[in-house]
Design a protein around this ligand. Structure first.
Ligand SMILES: NC(=O)c1ccc[n+]([C@@H]2O[C@H](COP(=O)([O-])OP(=O)(O)OC[C@H]3O[C@@H](n4cnc5c(N)ncnc54)[C@H](O)[C@@H]3O)[C@@H](O)[C@H]2O)c1
Ligand SMILES: O[C@H]1[C@H](O)[C@@H](O)[C@H](O)[C@@H](O)[C@H]1O
Length: 342
């Protein structure tokens, strides 16, 4: 790869995440600039481009990728639009940071993986940003030392203040639990082999018909269990917590006790209200790591295999939700391009 000193990036999708990534590339990280933004909503793309020097707005991703100013692509459009953008980037051999999910289902994720394997080299880093979060990084390092012994169970809690109007019961798994699927695989180094989903009577705070919260149990091929409480209308804050229970001890992250105040007979702190606040450092480090690797001509971080495996597990999870049964995960053979380690 022959890239410029300052990478020219096309950001595809200028909604909430895309606009935040544009701000990050423009003002927070180094080594890159936003050369183009793309959105099917022209007014949105133009409004975002207007705030960035030398940035051109497009409605068509392929046209933006054809620009001589563009060296790499950040895909932050809605999940259903990812496959088309990824294949367009592959056609021009452009490195991509693709927001999660890689694609919304296993069949399309497999198509993307097969297209990358056919190129013979990696181009994609998937946006599983928790792998860059300081707390998760410390937990992974601690588990890696072996001091706590073999991990037996992971308990995860994932709470959002409120779900967007388009959210469906299966999206609690494909859009939200997708993160715990990835961290379970990454922290434990295991593939997930089966999924069970149990649902209590929905919260009265959940929009009509939405099965919220859900309790998801992931079994791994290394004999561990990972459970996830996903509650996307908890009303009070954005909470992501994980506790690893190992043979000789436990380790827990996400309690957010950075600042504790004592006042008027009470003690306590604040709870972030969304992911842009809770994971700000992780997004910054994720995008910087992508830019740095791309400038070195390398592709690092979560791979297309990780995106595919997550999509296959989530698809099994949706079937488990719909049938009330335990559903085994079936994965394609892992291509050599992605190495042997989970
Ligand atoms: N990593 C995280 O924590 C995190 C957090 C939120 C969202 N996400 C992911 O980021 C992506 C975007 O989410 P969002 O919350 O910003 O959604 P959003 O709805 O705010 O923005 C999506 C944008 O994509 C545009 N779009 C749709 N199809 C397009 C196409 N074919 N070409 C160009 N633009 C297109 C839409 O017009 C919209 O502006 C999703 O994949 C989502 O799952 C990740
Ligand atoms: O798309 C978002 C995003 O991935 C957040 O990190 C997660 O907490 C939400 O549940 C999900 O809807």
């Amino acid at each position: 790869m022959n890239r410029r000193e300052t990478l020219g990036i096309a950001v595809v999708g200028t909604g909430r995440m895309g606009a935040d990534h544009v701000r990050r590339i423009d003002r927070v990280i180094s080594g890159a600039r936003v050369a183009a933004v793309v959105d099917i909503d022209r007014a949105r793309a133009e409004a975002v481009a207007a705030g960035v020097d030398g940035c051109t707005a497009y409605v068509d991703a392929d046209e933006a990728m054809a620009s001589a100013d563009v060296d790499a692509v950040l895909v932050a459009s809605s999940g259903a639009a990812h496959e088309e953008a990824l294949l367009a980037a592959f056609a021009r051999d452009l490195p991509v940071l693709c927001e999660k999910p890689l694609t919304p289902d296993a069949a399309s994720a497999l198509r993307v993986m097969e297209a990358e394997v056919a190129l013979g080299h990696r181009l994609v880093q998937v946006g599983f940003m928790r792998r860059y979060d300081t707390e998760y990084v410390r937990l992974k390092a601690l588990l890696g030392t072996g001091q706590l012994g073999r991990p037996l169970m992971l308990h995860n809690r994932h709470r959002n203040v409120a779900s967007p109007p388009f959210f469906t019961s299966s999206m609690l798994i494909t859009d939200s639990v997708a993160h715990e699927v990835d961290v379970t695989r990454w922290l434990l180094g295991h593939e997930i082999s089966a999924v069970t989903v149990l649902c209590p009577e929905p919260s009265s705070g959940a929009p009509g018909g939405l099965r919220d919260p859900q309790f998801v149990v992931l079994e791994t091929d290394g004999g561990a269990l990972s459970d996830v409480e996903i509650f996307v209308n908890c009303g009070f804050g954005y909470q992501v917590q994980a506790e690893a229970v190992c043979e000789r001890g436990t380790a827990r992250i996400g309690d957010g006790h950075e600042l504790v105040t004592n006042m008027a007979g009470r003690w306590g702190g604040t709870i972030p209200q969304d992911w842009t606040e809770r994971f700000a450092q992780a997004y910054d480090d994720e995008v910087q790591a992508w830019v740095d690797a791309t400038r070195r001509g390398e592709v690092t971080g979560p791979s297309t295999w990780d995106g595919y495996a997550a999509a296959a597990v989530c698809e099994a999870g949706v079937r488990a939700l719909e049938t009330g049964r335990r559903v085994e995960v079936s994965l394609a053979e892992r291509p050599g391009l992605y190495g042997a380690e989970v």
